[in-house]
Design a protein around this ligand. Structure first.
Ligand code: FES
Ligand code: FE2
Length: 327
């Protein structure tokens, strides 16, 4: 199984939004491991196996009191860094056995997202310069569960040739099925990908809201690249100077189920509410989801098992490097 691959444990994955981790404990699953998240007294989010060290009850079914997660079974309390701080049946002041503490995993809060690494981080979370640029605002979209392998999602997010078929309800133009020759390059320190221009349908209110333009067809200059294992970034640049940057994050829950979230950064005048700005992106994501949920299983990592053509160059390159990463 792909999720049992050791190398995958040493990377960062999005499992929730920061805004989701308030109040009650939150259950998430990463690479087949069930985990509980809560915000502890020192202000940081703790991530630990969702299994009490006492009799293995799911801590996510418990509550959070004063920064401690309280097990619903016998009331053991776990605080900062997963430390077991109270065993009610032992009475006050009794020593806690060292094995009672929860083993924790690495947590980072970045771009309004909660990122976890189960092993030891082999790489940083990719940088987004717009995050620290006051001309840009960030818009988060929420985390969804897709019944799709993260391998198929990443392959799709790097692919242009499905636009006229899958995205005909949003920005795709049926007659524009030719994909010009693609050259791959290092886009910056963190992303490897390609630049291209594409004419898109600028239909309806949400399309016009997203582009800030009123024409029926508009030219987008785009660059799309990947950061291993499953992060894809698309930069969309319009003639007006508007930049619309999208970070697409896929996280394996198991081999064939994933969390999906996207984050947008824009240098617009901030007039339109963020959630309206991303209505169009949401509709595009929903089109990909419908298509991908019809494709079963994991993407074969042996390139000979599927046929690729010129327009598949980006996803072929991603697959080659991904296969190398997991060994
Ligand atoms: S199982 Fe958690 S306190 Fe007993
Ligand atoms: Fe798509």
């Amino acid at each position: 199984m792909l999720i049992e691959n050791e190398a995958l444990r040493n990377h960062w994955y999005v499992v929730a939004e920061v805004a989701d981790v308030v109040g009650e404990p939150v259950a998430v699953t990463l690479l087949g491991q069930e985990l509980v998240l809560w915000r502890s007294t020192d202000g940081s989010i703790v991530a630990a196996p969702d299994r009490c060290t006492h009799r293995e009850a799911p801590l996510s079914a418990g509550t959070v009191h004063d920064g401690c997660v309280v097990c619903p079974y016998h009331g053991w309390k776990f605080g900062d860094g997963g430390q077991c701080v109270e065993i009610p049946s032992s009475g006050a002041g009794k020593k806690v056995p060292p094995a009672a503490h929860l083993p924790t995993v690495h947590v980072r809060e970045q771009f309004g997202l909660v990122w976890l690494c189960l092993g030891e981080p082999a790489a940083e979370i990719p940088a987004m310069a717009a995050e620290d640029d006051e001309k840009y605002r960030r818009i988060n979209s929420g985390v969804e569960v897709w019944n799709v392998s993260s391998t198929r999602m990443t392959d799709n997010f790097l692919d242009i040739s499905h636009f006229p078929y899958v995205h005909i309800g949003t920005f795709g133009i049926a007659q524009n099925s030719d994909v010009p020759k693609i050259e791959m390059e290092q886009l910056d320190d963190d992303f490897f990908g390609y630049e291209y221009e594409v004419e898109v349908r600028n239909d309806g209110e949400s399309g016009k809201e997203a582009s800030g333009l009123s024409a029926e067809v508009v030219l987008r200059r785009m660059s799309t690249g990947f950061n291993l294992p499953f992060t894809v970034r698309s930069n969309i640049h319009y003639e007006t100077g508007l930049d619309h940057l999208i970070l697409l994050c896929s996280t394996p829950i198991d081999d064939v189920t994933s969390y999906f979230t996207f984050v947008v950064w824009r240098n617009d005048d901030f007039a339109v509410p963020g959630q309206e700005v991303i209505v169009f992106d949401r509709a595009i994501g929903a089109e990909d989801k419908v298509m991908l949920e019809k494709v079963k299983g994991v993407l074969p990592l042996d390139q000979r098992a599927t046929v690729s053509v010129q327009s598949d160059k980006p996803s072929v390159e991603w697959r080659r490097r991904f296969a190398e990463l997991i060994g």
